[in-house]
Design a binder for this molecule. Structure first.
Ligand code: SF4
Ligand code: SF4
Length: 375
């Protein structure tokens, strides 16, 4: 197996010619025959919900524009597609994220992966429904956003593949995989079934998010655009630059192991060797609860009494109902005061509500001990 290589460029603003230059160089360097042979390209961005580009939740349209322009020059047919989370209108997502504007300026097609059919596949006994569109495109460019993540600690190229699962099937998978470990295994199954179709992955980290990501965190000017044809290698370098250890991201060891990659063998540009981005707030999302697995049952019970966290609707709520409709276990219900409330006993802590609330009105309430351990 060739040594995995991660490309990194320091880019401090969404400047189209500079981003185009990086993307062009990375794609031109690829030796994948599909780039010449295949006619149709799927660009798979992060379309978590209806967020403006400056909110840094979704892939920035200028990064998509650079990729679109490259492939249109190569006379390819370009599709841009994703399946947003929850019950949000896909048309609203395209418009708010700035992608509808791209579709009006370039001859491309926006594809809703929620309604385009799926293929049911199985990996290691785990069934996964994957959008049929993935198998209709010879070239697939996976374009993630660089953020922290309340359930998985970090979201980059591998987690971005979750949008290949159509619509509310995603919520159902959260219900079926309520703990971090089983959800990580599902992500690994999805990766294993889809990665041969992914030609190249890019992480838009020019502006990303730290703290309480992936939608309610703080904007962070990371000033980085990263790319690789190897997803675990790309995520490893990106996560480490944020300050995570590999074990902090529940699926990362599994993905590296599956590909036989030694982290120390991943090639990066010389100027980014052991690079650490200063002052990234990752304490909030570091899931120390993994330690519970190794605790005796009696101790675990006592620990859970003092170590807990759960989503709580704040006064910022505008009563849109997205969280009520998106909760996979119906743990959020309308109250007589007209606001929704989380039933702590029913909640499986998948954090879908926190991720999908369009006004970041869902806070994560933590016990004193959880606050200390998550610093
Ligand atoms: S908490 Fe957020 S998602 Fe839920 S109803 Fe309020 S604004 Fe909508
Ligand atoms: S209340 Fe929120 S975190 Fe809890 S199960 Fe429902 S969507 Fe998931």
């Amino acid at each position: 197996m060739k040594q995995p290589k991660v490309q990194i460029r320091a880019i401090d603003s969404y400047d189209l010619p500079i981003i185009e230059d990086a993307v062009r160089q990375w794609f031109d360097d690829l030796r994948d025959p599909k780039l010449k042979r295949s006619k149709r390209v799927l660009i798979k961005p992060n379309a978590l919900g209806a967020y403006l580009p400056e909110q840094a939740v979704t892939t920035h349209p200028i990064v998509l524009e650079a990729i679109i322009r490259y492939f249109l020059e190569q006379k390819k047919e370009v599709w841009v597609g994703d399946s947003p989370g929850g019950t949000v209108s896909v048309q609203k997502v395209w418009e708010t994220c700035g992608w509808q504007d791209l579709a009006e300026r370039y001859p491309i097609k926006l594809i809703n992966l929620s309604t385009s059919g799926y293929r049911e596949m199985k990996y290691d006994g785990i069934p996964v429904k994957i959008s049929e569109v993935l198998f209709q495109c010879g070239i697939v460019i996976n374009v993630a956003k660089y953020k922290t993540h309340s359930l998985m600690a970090f979201t980059g190229a591998l987690k971005n593949l979750y949008g290949l699962i159509p619509g509310l099937i995603k919520s159902d998978y959260h219900r079926l995989n309520p703990d971090t470990q089983s959800f990580a295994e599902l992500l690994l199954a999805l990766y294993s079934l889809s990665h041969v179709k992914i030609t190249y992955s890019i992480i838009d980290g020019i502006v990303g998010m730290d703290g309480n990501g992936p939608s309610a965190g703080k904007l962070k000017n990371f000033g980085l655009l990263m790319g690789s044809d190897n997803i675990p290698a790309l995520d490893t370098i990106a996560a480490q630059m944020m300050g995570f250890k590999i074990k902090d991201v529940p699926y990362l060891w599994g993905a590296l192991h599956k590909e036989g990659i030694l982290p120390s063998r991943i090639l990066v540009p010389h100027s980014f060797l052991n690079h650490q981005i200063p002052d990234v707030d990752i304490g909030f999302v570091k899931m120390r609860k993994e330690g519970l697995k190794y605790m005796p049952r009696t101790l675990r019970y006592a620990f859970k009494k003092v170590y807990y966290y759960y989503p709580r609707v704040s006064e910022r709520c505008v009563r849109c109902g997205v969280c009520v409709k998106s909760c996979p276990v119906q743990a959020i219900a309308w109250q007589s005061d007209g606001f929704p409330r989380v039933d702590k006993d029913k909640c499986i802590k998948c954090m879908c509500c926190h991720e999908l609330c369009p006004t970041q009105a869902i806070d994560i309430h933590k016990s004193f001990i959880a606050r200390r351990l998550m610093r």
